[in-house]
Design a protein around this ligand. Structure first.
Ligand code: ADP
Length: 601
């Protein structure tokens, strides 16, 4: 609203300044027109004055005029006067008097009067007759039906020192002067509504044409232009008054008037047009401003709504992008931000879901793990408990043989229990990365020599053939000796356990790209393909797989083996064909002869 007010104020003051400027221009033009018109009028009057002077000179200098006047020869004077009128036909009055001012011949508009009258009482005549310097005199002659501007000239007997013998009076009708001036003025043609008037020295109006002010004529001290604006009936008139002189004497005033309305009509029209244009511009600016601000506000509201929705968690909220201006860019920015937020949120949700699933799986695994542990521990513990009860039973006769049986059973169960507990511990340590290894270079041929007895004993138990194929120049491997022994025994024990008697077990090793690959093969029952990598999971056992001689099976051996191989920086895998045999093979890092690592893992 203050903006609107400011706009109106600026528009109004601009309009005021323009109108003021236009008005002052119109005023100046009006003044210039008035000056030009009064100049025209004055020069016309001056021209007419010269006409009178010429006529006077002509009359007073006619050959024989002085004689005819002195003789009061009416016919002679009239004849001479007619010759003047023949040349100066505009003369409204021509009078020739004698030295006493009595008329000898008088012509009104070229027509001779019967009675030439007496002129001595006319100041311009008496003044000329009384003077000897030959000067002319001028004035207004007011008659019943008309007013004349007259000039009287002396008729001298002797040219050098004039003693007037009479006077010649020439006159022009003032009304003719006004209409003549009105017609002749070039400016009057343009200003058809011009007014022109002639006043005498006392301010009396002598003749007028066109619209004129009714007020009094200002007293004029000099020939300065005086301007005045006043009402004349329904219209306003601007009038210029200027004094005019005849024969060096100020005899009256000329007034030139022009109506102000036409001059200012253009200004008024321009002002109205300007006001209309300014108003239209203002309305346009205000309308456009209002529309623009409504549009901007709507867009800002949409932005705010989207912002609130996003803040409240509605990540699908978007702002319509309208245009490419700053607001459009802002909307696009908000949308982009929302999209990123949504994408991050979705990723986060997916991650949380995956992590939850993982935790769930681990929890299930852990439960299953503990159930399996309990199960594995329960069997040997139950055996131990039974044996203990048997020993404590007073009715049981513990003879020498049965004591040995009980002793064996207790020992086997305790060993089995210990093995299960050790294996669980190994798996747990390996999974938490806390397997302690004392790594050293191990020469496999020598190492196997130490194990040869154990291996042979195992083969014998299973009534199997056994072969060991290890090249003598095999590079030493980097391993913990006791853990390496544990790995090999686990694999060999499995090979023996799952190979029917009559089959064979073999152990071989070969250098392979910075490491040594050791294989334990058998010709046993094999592992079904569906078991796959699950074979290395703790407590996993192939369903229906029978061990030779009913050895206990916990499903922990391969889990421990895999984790120990990996703790050495190696890897284990197997190939198997059901009913044909299995080959487990694992790689361990090798050293050069100095005992440093050769490369690879
Ligand atoms: P276990 O104490 O049962 O032998 P392992 O982890 O050593 O536990 O072995 C897991 C399972 O893998 C065994 O129950 C058996 O079914 C299968 N298995 C392991 N070694 C062999 C093999 N050499 N031949 C056939 N099956 C094997």
């Amino acid at each position: 609203m203050p903006f609107l007010l400011l706009l109106v104020l600026i528009g109004a003051s601009g309009l005021f300044l323009i109108v003021r400027d236009l008005s002052s221009r119109a005023q100046t033009m009006l003044d210039q027109d008035l000056s030009a018109l009064s100049l025209d009028a004055r020069s016309f009057l001056r021209d007419r004055e010269l006409y009178l002077v010429e006529a006077g000179n002509f009359a007073t200098n006619l050959h024989g005029i002085a004689d005819a006047v002195r003789r009061k020869d009416r016919a002679g004077v009239a004849r001479l006067a007619l010759s003047v009128l023949a040349l100066k036909q505009d003369l409204g009055l021509l009078v020739v008097t004698d030295a006493a001012g009595a008329g000898i011949a008088a012509f009104d508009d070229g027509k001779q009067r019967d009675d030439p009258g007496t002129w001595a009482d006319r100041p311009f005549v008496s003044e000329v007759l009384a003077d000897r310097s030959g000067r002319k005199a001028s004035g207004f002659l007011v008659q019943e039906d008309r007013t004349l501007l007259v000039i009287a000239a002396p008729i001298c007997a002797v040219a050098d020192s004039c003693t007037p013998v009479g006077a010649a009076v020439t006159g022009l009708d003032v009304t003719d002067l006004v209409t003549g001036a009105f017609k002749i003025s070039p400016s009057a043609g343009v200003n058809r509504r011009m007014g022109l008037a002639i006043f005498d020295g006392s301010g009396r109006r002598l003749a007028a044409a066109g619209p004129l002010p009714s007020g009094s004529v200002p007293p004029l001290a000099e020939s300065r232009l005086v301007r005045r604006t006043e009402r004349a009936g329904a219209e306003e008139l601007a009038t210029a008054f200027v004094a005019f002189a005849v024969q060096g004497r100020r005899v009256g005033t000329i007034a030139v008037s022009l109506p102000t309305a036409p001059a200012f009509a253009a200004v008024r029209g321009a002002a109205v047009r300007l006001a209309a244009v300014a108003l239209a511009a203002m309305v346009g600016v205000v309308t456009i401003g209002a529309l623009l601000s409504r549009f901007i506000l709507a867009q800002v509201r949409r932005l705010l709504a989207a912002n609130r929705a996003l803040g409240a968690g509605d990540l699908g909220a978007r702002v319509p992008v309208i245009g490419r201006d700053e607001l459009g860019e802002l909307a696009a920015g908000v949308n982009q931000m929302a999209e990123q937020l949504q994408a991050s949120y979705e990723t986060l949700e997916l991650r949380v879901a995956a992590r939850t699933e993982e935790v769930q799986r681990l929890l299930t695994e852990r439960t299953e793990f503990f159930a399996a542990i309990s199960h594995e521990l329960r069997t040997p513990l139950a055996v131990l408990l039974t044996q203990a009860k048997l020993i404590l039973d007073p009715t049981y006769r513990m003879l020498g043989k049965s004591r040995t049986v009980i002793g064996d059973t207790v020992q086997t169960s305790a060993e089995q229990l210990l093995k299960v507990v050790n294996d669980i511990l190994d798996v747990a340590q390996a999974e938490t990365g806390r397997v302690e290894l004392s790594i050293e270079p191990v020469k496999l041929p020598d190492f196997l020599k130490e194990m040869r007895g154990t291996i042979k004993g195992l083969a014998r138990t299973g009534r199997l053939g056994v072969s060991i194929d290890v090249p003598k120049d095999l590079p030493a491997i980097l391993a913990d000796r006791s853990r390496l022994r544990q790995i090999l025994l686990n694999l060999l024990e499995n090979a023996v356990k799952y190979t029917p008697s009559g089959g064979s077990v073999s152990l071989s090793a070969a250098a392979n790209n910075g490491s040594v690959e050791i294989s334990v093969s058998d010709t046993g029952i094999g592992i079904p393909p569906e078991a796959g990598a699950r074979i290395f999971e703790p407590f996993f056992r192939v369903e229906g797989a029978k061990t030779q001689g009913g050895q206990p099976s916990s499903g922990l051996g391969l889990a421990v083996t895999k984790r120990l191989v990996e703790a050495h920086g190696g890897a284990i895998a197997f190939e198997s064909r059901q009913g044909r045999g299995t080959r487990f093979h694992f790689k361990l890092p090798a050293t050069d002869t100095n005992g440093t690592r050769r490369g690879g893992r």
